[in-house]
Design a protein around this ligand. Structure first.
Ligand code: HEC
Length: 101
């Protein structure tokens, strides 16, 4: 009986935590995904953007690199903020850094 309760608790946690992924870009569905689609995945696939991850500063820097070097246009403040929020929430610093070694 106890095992069954545990099973349902675990199932509940899994369902609640499960992220949904956008089928086209492979990125997590969350506030800001539309802005990412309009401004980022037009040039490269979503998974390519998120090979690495990081905090706000990391993503701010990446966006400035895109703008200075790779032809990303000016983003208005609101859009930029949404994109940064989306990226640092869903794609923070990776912990499994050993994978590439
Ligand atoms: C006009 C085209 C263009 C747009 C728009 C664009 N990028 Fe890029 N991006 C590139 C190119 C080209 C590369 C490949 C650079 C290379 O080969 O090193 C790249 C590479 C990257 C990389 C991986 C390289 C690295 O330094 O880590 C990240 C992360 C990235 N882009 C993020 C973004 C984000 C976030 C956006 C949206 C805000 C965006 N890009 C929009 C052209 C673009």
């Amino acid at each position: 009986m106890k095992k069954r309760v545990l099973f349902f608790v675990l199932l509940f946690i899994t369902v609640v935590n499960a992220k949904e992924y956008d089928l086209v870009t492979g990125l997590a569905i969350d506030e800001g995904i539309d802005e990412i689609k309009e401004n980022c995945t037009v040039c490269h696939p979503g998974r390519f953007i998120v090979v690495n991850g990081g905090d706000r500063e990391f993503w701010k820097y990446k966006i400035s690199v895109m703008q200075k070097g790779f032809g990303l246009w000016d983003l208005d403040k609101k859009t930029k903020n949404k994109i940064i929020n989306y990226l640092c929430k869903n794609y923070p610093q990776k912990t499994n850094v050993d994978v590439d070694r």
